[in-house]
Design a protein around this ligand. Structure first.
Ligand code: HEC
Ligand code: HEC
Length: 280
């Protein structure tokens, strides 16, 4: 399964020398509340250069892994509880709360596994769906993409799919967007002249500074990060990675990041939703 490494000068500079490690937690099994998760599985056939896909959980140190395994230790639930309060709070000119129209948030079970999806020739993310209800159905203001209320609400909704395998549609009307996302994934950008693939496909399971590099999967999103002690969104993470390679990031919610999200979600096919995951 050893991949051909296509190092650029910058890649060599940024990757710690000779630090290829065996997956730290080989054999570890992710279980939460008695549920077992799929953290390692055969890559979907559209992934040409990778045989096996791994959840980001596999690459985290024991302490971080354990935090995710126990809902009482997982700091995400403070935010998820806040979202539950918001769920039944009236907002906007129509005098409605989410709960007025959606009887139970559990009805969104399975939704995260199919997102992003295409509607009327556009990519639709969970964030888009929530904001559509706020603006068109509640007469309320759209929430900011990575703001507290949106991060928490999308985590609450995605959490309803925990334990279910990711399975986004990539053919038919999704195909052109998926191709666009793939192109972005493999295009080198920024001062370091690197693509997502240079780190998350060519060099996963190596150390990059103090970080054990994963495949950059999004089955755990929105995800709690120890680094900033809050729930982090998919596009927030994409933005951070682009900044790290000194590229000008696309905007959160942009067409580019939505296409990229569709493509990256397709690379997670078969891994189970872990939301809310805990990462460093
Ligand atoms: C006035 C009624 C109304 C309110 C209030 C409302 N929604 Fe909706 N929502 C709908 C309708 C109608 C749909 C589209 C049909 C469906 O999928 O249920 C929808 C769809 C959705 C979907 C996509 C479901 C899917 O399977 O595609 C999500 C997610 C969602 N709403 C979340 C929320 C959240 C979160 C709130 C509160 C911030 C909210 N909604 C407030 C009526 C409402
Ligand atoms: C210079 C190497 C590098 C590049 C290039 C890079 N990333 Fe990352 N990325 C990291 C590191 C380091 C982390 C944190 C450790 C980990 O989870 O891999 C990370 C984390 C992530 C995560 C979180 C994974 C999880 O399990 O929570 C996602 C998603 C991600 N990257 C996507 C991307 C995308 C999409 C691109 C291209 C726009 C990209 N990355 C480019 C280094 C990189």
């Amino acid at each position: 399964m050893r991949k051909t490494l296509r190092y650029s000068v910058a890649t060599v500079a940024i990757l710690a020398a000779g630090a290829t490690s065996a997956l730290a937690d080989e054999g570890a099994t992710l279980m939460t509340n008695g549920e077992t998760f799929i953290t390692e599985t055969a890559a979907p056939s559209h992934m040409e250069n990778v045989d096996t896909i791994y959840s980001g959980w596999v690459f985290r140190i024991d302490e971080t892994q354990h935090m995710q395994q126990d809902d009482f230790d997982n700091p995400s639930f403070v935010f998820i509880d806040k979202a539950l309060d918001t769920w039944s709070k009236v907002d906007g000119s129509e005098g409605k709360s989410c709960a007025d129209c959606h009887a139970d948030v559990a009805d969104f079970k399975g939704l995260k596994t199919t997102l992003p999806r295409i509607e009327d020739g556009e990519v639709v993310t969970l964030t888009d769906l929530v904001n559509e209800c706020r603006t068109d159905r509640m007469g309320a203001e759209a929430w900011k993409y990575s703001g507290g209320p949106m991060s928490a609400m999308t985590a609450l909704i995605a959490h309803q799919s925990r334990g279910m395998p990711m399975n986004v549609k990539i053919d038919g009307d999704a195909a052109p967007f998926w191709e666009r996302g793939k192109e972005i994934y493999y295009t080198r950008v920024g001062q370091l002249d690197m693509a997502c693939a240079n780190c998350h496909e060519d060099n996963y399971d190596t150390m990059i500074r103090a970080d054990h590099l994963s495949q950059g999967q999004i089955n755990g999103f929105p995800t709690y990060r120890l680094k900033n002690s809050k729930i982090n969104t998919v596009h927030g993470r994409f933005k951070g990675c682009m900044k790290n390679i000194r590229a000008t990031p696309y905007k959160e919610g942009s067409d580019e990041f939505e296409a990229l999200e569709l493509y990256v979600a397709s690379r997670s096919t078969g891994l189970t939703v872990e939301t809310p995951a805990v990462r460093n």
